[in-house]
Ligand binder design. Structure first.
Ligand code: GDP
Ligand code: MN
Length: 386
């Protein structure tokens, strides 16, 4: 799960990470007057979207006066943002954060990532922050510092000090920095994160150490032990994805036009690959789960057909615990409840496959059957093109 900047900063707050005071967040429909902008400026107005590079895309604006900050915030709501991290798609700004701004002296990059090879967290840092770290890794890899961290012990004192020296942290901010770096590792470990990034960490002109930005990605598999995370909206999920999740179906929307209904995540991935090999593109990844009963199959059809891009549906189910004849009966039953207006291709395999195929053939349903996945994929691709 990816957290928006302000959500990440709320987590940072609990760990005592130094930040600029926030004036509030407004969302579409809110009046900017609701923002608690007082004291002395300047302020910074920031689009809350799940992508970096907002600065260049007009999603980070400085305001000298409170009325300017409110005006900018109001204008930013609803704006479309495209950055180098949005894969060519525009994101709509649904929330805007306003906080106090600081005059920046230096920008530093620091993150905690999961080093899968070492089986531990690692700190990635660079004295040259602010810019794209991917770009820096390409052009000046020697400027990137990497420290392996023990997840149990956290960042050790000597490691934190070494890091402070390597990043040329000023004497005055030294202790603050080592405490910050340790806290960042704690955020990572205690929240089951796969990424915690501060880009930039700033030394302000008046000598303060400040986390200006936040990026936190947590591991969905650990959601059960984080009530605060589970209560958060999933900003990345589409409406259909949220609906599927609520009824226990694993669904991820994709860009193609062939709707796929499969049992088992491995078989679902193999199905996507095979559709691609046959010259088509899947409209979704869908794993109906182990049960594949009438109810689940019906729901899965409903979910798949909600996507208007779908021009054909490919059902690829392996009858293991659920026998093929039961699955076929389920498909027949489901198609009575859901009007399937696009071509339907079914490939069954496994226990009682003969009986299953006979049920489909005798059902009077308009569908094509296939013996192999390859044949099914080719038929689906041809059907979607018709
Ligand atoms: P990102 O581009 O999406 O990663 O957004 P950031 O939050 O990192 O902000 C981008 C840039 O805006 C930073 O690198 C800064 O140069 C600038 N910026 C953000 N907040 C402030 C601030 O409080 N004061 C000043 N002077 N600049 C800021
Ligand atoms: Mn940033």
């Amino acid at each position: 799960m990816k957290l928006l900047e302000y959500e990440g900063k709320e987590v940072f707050e609990r760990y005592g990470i130094p930040m600029l005071p926030r004036c509030g967040v407004i969302r579409i429909g809110d009046n900017p007057d609701k923002l608690n902008i007082d004291g002395r400026g300047p302020w910074v107005v920031k689009a809350q979207v799940l992508a970096g590079g907002r600065g260049k895309a007009g999603g980070v604006k400085l305001a000298k006066t409170a009325s300017e900050a409110r005006e900018l915030a109001g204008k930013m709501l609803g704006m479309k943002i495209t950055t180098h991290q949005t894969q060519g798609k525009a994101l709509t700004v649904e929330e805007v954060l306003v906080e106090h701004a600081a005059p920046i002296e230096r920008e530093i990059y620091i993150s905690v990532v999961l080093d899968r090879k070492a089986g531990s967290p690692a700190i990635i840092a660079s004295a040259e922050g602010g810019m794209s770290i991917e770009e820096l890794a390409r052009t000046n890899p020697e400027k990137i510092i990497k420290i392996s961290v023990d997840a149990e012990a956290g960042l050790l004192d000597f490691q934190a000090r070494q890091l402070a020296f390597d990043l040329r942290i000023p004497q005055n901010n030294f202790r603050e920095f080592t405490a910050f770096a340790k806290a960042l590792v704690k955020v990572f470990v205690e929240n089951d994160a796969s990424l915690v990034e501060v880009n930039p960490l700033v030394i302000s002109k008046d000598g303060r150490l400040l986390a200006i930005d936040s990026k936190i990605v947590t591991d969905d598999n650990a959601l059960f032990r984080h009530k605060d995370q589970a209560a958060r909206p999933d900003h990345e999920a589409s409406e259909i994805e949220k609906e599927a999740k609520a009824i226990g179906i694993n669904y991820i929307g994709l860009d193609g036009d062939i709707g796929c209904m499969v049992n088992g995540a491995g078989l679902a991935m193999a199905t996507l690959d095979t559709v691609k090999m046959a010259g088509g593109d899947a409209a979704n990844f869908l794993d109906v789960g182990g049960g594949a009963n009438v109810e689940q199959v019906t729901k899965a059809f409903q979910i798949i057909l909600k996507d208007p891009k779908v021009k054909a549906v490919l059902v690829n189910i392996f009858g293991g615990i659920m026998k093929c004849d039961n699955i076929a009966a389920g498909v027949v039953e489901a198609s009575k409840k859901v009007r399937i207006k696009v071509p339907l291709i079914v490939r069954l395999e496994g226990t009682n496959v003969k009986e299953g195929k006979a049920i489909l053939a005798g059902s009077g349903l308009k569908l094509e059957q296939a013996d192999s996945l390859w044949e099914a994929a080719q038929k689906a691709v041809a059907a979607a093109k018709r």
